[in-house]
Each structure stands twice: as structure tokens, then as C-alpha cells.
Design a protein around this ligand. Structure first.
Ligand code: FAD
Ligand code: NAI
Length: 476
């Protein structure tokens, strides 16, 4: 007989594990199905984010930044260092240690909240008497569990391109790119999105010569144009070679190298040889093998599960969250949807303002934004005022030798309401929190300007940009 739960969550990434914890906090009997196995063959919770996404990439970004600082930046501070050696094995092992600590931490949280981990692949096998049946196939065999409420949080995987076989040794997606055994001399990256720029930065800092080939003619099209322009200037100066408007042709993996043939922006045939290649051209939702037909649920033409503003699918009691549904593929968006759905199941009325979901790109300097870009607002015909303030004019940034970039605050011309905040600069991932808070509370630039900001701190740049939107920056 099928074991019955109040709610079954399929997938234990940041969407699923957080949904499971919140539902358990609210008194529900919860099961979470998860099949992920780490390279050691051990089952692991945490999904893409903890195993091969946010956490390991940020560990390598931090390590490679230390290496880069010692090699190129500490001399500015009057510190000279002898020869600097890289122990890549140790760096990768440190990253794996952090992943292991974090994934084990979720096992602890599951035990603490009395969440049953159903180990294996989950798929729908039917519905009867108001209950949905989910089959779980794992190493220990196959069992069936049932619940009237199911949260699908199966996440996403890397999109691959036809004719480019990813083996995660020489041609890698995010999984292999986080575990290269040596620093490649020549690294080719297809796609200059978030992964291309973050992992490109890691391997460039560690010594690779990095070339990024991007299909679109514009760089970082989702960013505010002024931020994208500044990022282009800084990243290319750092040594990332980025070619825009290319069309990738044949990719030939020979004994010695991998040759990518492509057409450049001018239509000329080109080819380049690399030792390793990373394919980072977006991600696709994990909806195949869920047997959604068994409950009569369809996916859209791109494989996403259609949901309404509250993550409800077309089937009563079935919700879907995170990368498997519309909206940005971000861990914190998945988490917030997990909390919201658990609270809806408990009869509460949570709400997510998707316009207030922040974005961060963890390059150096970091890029972060919330709300709309100046070009999007102008396209809507909205009258806006913009205030921009550079880190160069901030004492703390100069002291830290982190003076690149700026904060830009965009406000409604008439009401002064903050409509978007765009940052390129050191600490942007943390500075953006103030902007998110301001927008959630429908603050005006005047509100930000009147809040006392510690001196000297990078947060003063946010205040000055708010003041600049009214042409009254104090330190410029
Ligand atoms: P996932 O994390 O993908 O988890 C889904 C889980 O479901 C997986 O564990 C999978 O094994 C399991 N599953 C799938 N199907 C089944 C099934 N049938 N049965 C059982 N289990 C199943 N986002 C950020 O916000 N910040 C970052 O810095 C960031 N960095 C990233 C870096 C990289 C390299 C990558 C690849 C992604 C990054 N992301 C980042 C994106 C982030 O990882 C995802 O948005 C997030 O993990 C989505 O969470 P999720 O719970 O929807 O899905
Ligand atoms: P992406 O969508 O950010 O970027 C993909 C890039 O590849 C785009 O610029 C696209 O134009 C380009 N591209 C697509 N097809 C191409 C082709 N055939 N040839 C050349 N270029 C091509 O996707 P990415 O970098 O793979 O990351 C996936 C997702 O993971 C991100 O969208 C983001 O949601 C998430 N992520 C978030 C991070 C963060 O929050 N810091 C870090 C890393 C990933």
C-alpha cells in the first residue's frame, strides 16, 4: 500500500527543499523525492544550486579572486610577494568540501523537520480518490507514495547544442567546467551569459587564455545598457576575449585540440583551436520522465510546466516552482516560490513581486540589479530620471582598491518612486539588498537619500546615486 503524505515535493534543489521545510514548519507530513548522485556515487540533496551551480561556482570565484589579487593587485598596497603557486587540486577539493558541508546540512534540516527523503527518481503513476500517486525508483527498489498535494521542483539542466557532444572532460557544461583537472591554456566558451562570464573569469584568473563566442550582437542584453557598456570595457581590459554576433558551425574534437568553426559578425568564416570548451547557452527544464501524462498535465512548447501567478498548475493540488516554471532561473526565486506554495497549502495568502527579484553576476566587479532597465522603461513610454554615482568618488572603494563601476538609480520623473537600481562594482551582490527593500516598500529616491548610511562604506554610493537622480549628489 502507498504511504500517504500531506504533501510530496519532487526535487530537493533550493525550490524543493525549502518548500519541504516550510510545509513541515506549518505542520504538514512531508516527503521529498530526490535522486541526485554526486561524483562519489552518494545520494545528495540541494539540487543544481548546491552541487553544480551557485555554491561551487562561488567557491571557485572566491579562490581564483584571491589568486588574482595576490598576483596582480596586492603590490598596489605596498605588499610584494615572492613566487605564487597554484594548487588546483586543493582549490577544487576545497570547493567540494563546501558542497559536501552544505548538502549534508540539508540532510540535517530534513531530519530536524521530520521530512521523509524518498531516495530515487519520482514519476507520476496515477490518481485516485483525490490522491496523486508518485512512484519512486531508487537503489533500494521501487515504491509508491501518495498525496493530495504535490509540488514539482525538478529544476533544469544545461542546454546542449546539436553536433557538440558534451563529455564533461574536454567539452563541458557547468558540471565539468567546475572540476577541470588542470588550467587549460586556451579555453573556448560558447555563450557570454552568466555562466560564460563567471566561469570564464575563474579560469582566466587561474591563467587560461579565454575566448567567449556569443551569438547575439549585443553584450549582456538583459542588463541596463550603461552597465553592459561598463562591463564590456572592464572585462575585455581584464583579458576576456569576447566575440559577439557569431554563428557556431562545426566543432571538431581532435586528438590535440578542439577546433570551433564559426561565422563572425561580418559574415566571414573563422576558426579557433582550444584545449577545453565550455558550452553555456542556457538551461532547459527537467520535465521529461515525470510521466505527467498519467495525471493529464501538459508542458509548454519549451518544456516548462505552465503555472499561474501563484505557481498553481492546471491540475488541482499540483504546484510547480523554480527553474521548471516561467521566470528567471535563480535559486532565490525558486526558494521564494517554495515558501509561498507551502504557505498557500496552509491557507495563507503569500505574494511574490517578480519585479523585485534581484539578479547578480559574480564577476569582478560584480553586477547586480533589481527592477527595470532605463531602456525598458523608456520603451514603455515612462518618464524617468536617472542618478548615477561612481565608486571612484567613494573613500572606502578607493581604500579597498575597488574603484571601478557605479550605481545607477532610476526613478519615476513625477513621483520619485524607485523603478530600478543597477550596480556594477565591488560588493554589488550585497548592496542590491537595500534597493530590493526600497522597491518592495515602494520607496522614493528621497527615502533612500534620507536614510543614514555608514561612513566610509560602499553603501554611500547607493545613497549618492539616489541623490544624483535629483541632481544633488553631495560628493561630486
Ligand atoms: P534544481 O536546483 O535544478 O533542483 C532540482 C532537483 O530535482 C535536482 O536535485 C534533481 O536531481 C531533482 N529531480 C529532477 N527530476 C527528478 C525526479 N523525477 N525525481 C527525483 N528528483 C528529481 N542561481 C542564483 O540565484 N545564484 C547563483 O549564483 C547561481 N549560480 C549558478 C551557477 C551555475 C553554474 C548554474 C548551473 C546555476 C546557477 N544558478 C544560480 C541557478 C540555480 O542553480 C537554479 O536557479 C536553482 O538551482 C533552481 O532551483 P530548483 O530547485 O528549481 O532546481
Ligand atoms: P544564459 O541564458 O545566461 O546565457 C546564455 C548565452 O548563450 C546567451 O547570451 C545566449 O545569447 C548565448 N547563446 C545561446 N545560443 C548560442 C549559440 N548557439 N551560440 C553562441 N551563443 C549562444 O545561460 P547560462 O550562462 O548557460 O546560464 C543558465 C542560467 O543559469 C542563467 O540564465 C541563470 O538563470 C542561471 N545562472 C545564474 C547565475 C547567477 O545568478 N549568478 C550564475 C550562473 C547561472
Amino acid at each position: 500500500m502507498a504511504e500517504r503524505f500531506d504533501v510530496i515535493v519532487i526535487g530537493a534543489g533550493p525550490g524543493g527543499y525549502i518548500a519541504a521545510i516550510r510545509a513541515a514548519q506549518l505542520g504538514m507530513k512531508v516527503a521529498c523525492v530526490e535522486k541526485w548522485k554526486n561524483p562519489k556515487g552518494e545520494l545528495a540533496l540541494g539540487g543544481t544550486c548546491l552541487n553544480v551551480g551557485c555554491i561551487p561556482s562561488k567557491a571557485l570565484l572566491a579562490s581564483s579572486e584571491e589568486f588574482d589579487k595576490i598576483r596582480h593587485h596586492v603590490s598596489e598596497h605596498g605588499i610584494s610577494v615572492g613566487s605564487v603557486k597554484l594548487d588546483l587540486g586543493k582549490m577544487i577539493a576545497r570547493k567540494e568540501g563546501i558542497v559536501s558541508k552544505m548538502t549534508k546540512g540539508i540532510e540535517f534540516l530534513f531530519r530536524k523537520n521530520k521530512i521523509t527523503w524518498l531516495k530515487g527518481h519520482g514519476r507520476f503513476v496515477g490518481q485516485a480518490d483525490g490522491q496523486y500517486q508518485v512512484e519512486v525508483a531508487g537503489d533500494a527498489g521501487t515504491s509508491v507514495a501518495e498525496a493530495a498535494r504535490i509540488i514539482i521542483a525538478t529544476g533544469s539542466k544545461a542546454r546542449h547544442l546539436p553536433g557538440i557532444p558534451v563529455d564533461n572532460q574536454r567539452i563541458c557544461d557547468n558540471e565539468g567546467a567546475l572540476s577541470l583537472g588542470e588550467v587549460p591554456k586556451r579555453l573556448g566558451i560558447i555563450g557570454s551569459g552568466v555562466i560564460g562570464l563567471e566561469l570564464g573569469s575563474v579560469w582566466r584568473r587561474l591563467g587560461a587564455q579565454v575566448t567567449i563566442l556569443e551569438a547575439l550582437p549585443a553584450f549582456l542584453g538583459a542588463c541596463d545598457e550603461s552597465v553592459a557598456k561598463e562591463a564590456w570595457k572592464l572585462f575585455t581590459k581584464q583579458g576576456l576575449a569576447i566575440e559577439l554576433g557569431v554563428r557556431i558551425g562545426e566543432v571538431k574534437a581532435g586528438a590535440k585540440d578542439i577546433v570551433i568553426s564559426y561565422t563572425d559578425a561580418k559574415g566571414a568564416a573563422q576558426s579557433q583551436s582550444f584545449d577545453r570548451v565550455i558550452v553555456s547557452v542556457g538551461r532547459v527544464p527537467n520535465t521529461e520522465n515525470l510521466n505527467l501524462e498519467a495525471i493529464g498535465l501538459n508542458v509548454d512548447e519549451r518544456g516548462f510546466i505552465p503555472v499561474d501567478g501563484h505557481c498553481a498548475t492546471a491540475k488541482p493540488g499540483i504546484y510547480a516552482i523554480g527553474d521548471v516554471v516561467r521566470g528567471p532561473m535563480l535559486a532565490h526565486k525558486a526558494e521564494d516560490e517554495g515558501v509561498a506554495v507551502a504557505e498557500i497549502l496552509a491557507g495563507q495568502k503569500p505574494h511574490i513581486d517578480y519585479n523585485c527579484v534581484p539578479w547578480v553576476i559574480y564577476t569582478a566587479p560584480e553586477i547586480a540589479w533589481v527592477g527595470k532597465t532605463e531602456q525598458a522603461l523608456k520603451a514603455e513610454g515612462r518618464a524617468v530620471r536617472c542618478g548615477q554615482f561612481p565608486f571612484m568618488a567613494n573613500g572606502r572603494a578607493l581604500g579597498m582598491d575597488e574603484a571601478d563601476g557605479f550605481v545607477k538609480v532610476i526613478v519615476d520623473a513625477a513621483t520619485d518612486e524607485v523603478l530600478g537600481v543597477h550596480i556594477i562594482g565591488s560588493g554589488a551582490s550585497d548592496l542590491i539588498a537595500e534597493a530590493v527593500m526600497a522597491m518592495e516598500f515602494k520607496a522614493s529616491a528621497e527615502d533612500i537619500a534620507r536614510i543614514c548610511h555608514a561612513h566610509p562604506s560602499l553603501s554611500e554610493v547607493v545613497r549618492e546615486a539616489a541623490l544624483a537622480s535629483d541632481k544633488r549628489a553631495l560628493n561630486m
